[in-house]
Design a protein around this ligand. Structure first.
Ligand code: IMP
Ligand code: MG
Length: 173
């Protein structure tokens, strides 16, 4: 069983709001958007186009690959870098872009790693958050939606590799 939890239109409206806020917050700065692979690729595509449409184009895009779940639905609590950034973030304004924060282990790992590289600033945007599942406290600067503790799929999020192309976020029963 599955049902649409967050529709493509709701996501679009939310990204519009987030992009408006980001544009205000970074208006005089160059921004480095860092997406966490694999799940953030669709969010990154939509967010970057929304920023551009609102007249903010002073940004670069880069990706970092992190794997934490392998093929299960439980966090291994031991995230690993599968692909590093290919730019230096020293003194840069970095905005991490992540699809979902669950236990927090993955995001905490990436935030620590990037902070060690001494960016001018590091903020984090996540589309979805499951607050009840949190094991590690992480700082979220821009948040799309808080959701219940249910497995979700679509809009870049997968179940054992599948389902990423669904334009809506669906909930698996
Ligand atoms: P965390 O380390 O437990 O916060 O896990 C974050 C990562 O787990 C995310 O980047 C996702 O790749 C994956 N994840 C967590 N919850 C879900 C879900 O409900 N559906 C799909 N992937 C999820
Ligand atoms: Mg992910």
């Amino acid at each position: 069983m599955e049902e649409v939890l967050i529709s493509r239109q709701q996501i679009k409206d939310k990204i519009f709001e987030l992009a408006k806020q980001i544009k205000l917050d970074y208006q005089d700065k160059k921004l480095f958007l860092v997406g966490i692979l694999d799940g953030s690729y669709i969010l990154m595509a939509d967010l970057s186009r929304m920023l551009f449409e609102q007249g903010f184009s002073n940004f670069e895009i880069n990706f970092i690959g992190v794997s934490s779940y392998a093929n299960s639905r439980e966090s291994s609590k031991n995230p690993k870098i599968t692909k590093d950034l290919n730019l230096d973030i020293l003194d840069k304004h970095v905005l991490l872009v992540e699809d979902i924060v669950d236990t927090g282990w993955s995001l905490d790992f990436v935030q620590r790693l990037l902070n060690e590289r001494k960016p001018a600033s590091l903020k984090t945007l996540v589309l979805l958050s499951k607050p009840d599942r949190r094991e590690v406290k992480v700082k979220l600067d821009y948040l799309g939606f808080e959701i219940e503790n249910k497995w979700v799929e679509g809009y870049g999020l997968d179940t054992a590799g599948l389902g990423r192309g669904n334009p809506d976020v669906i909930q698996k029963k």
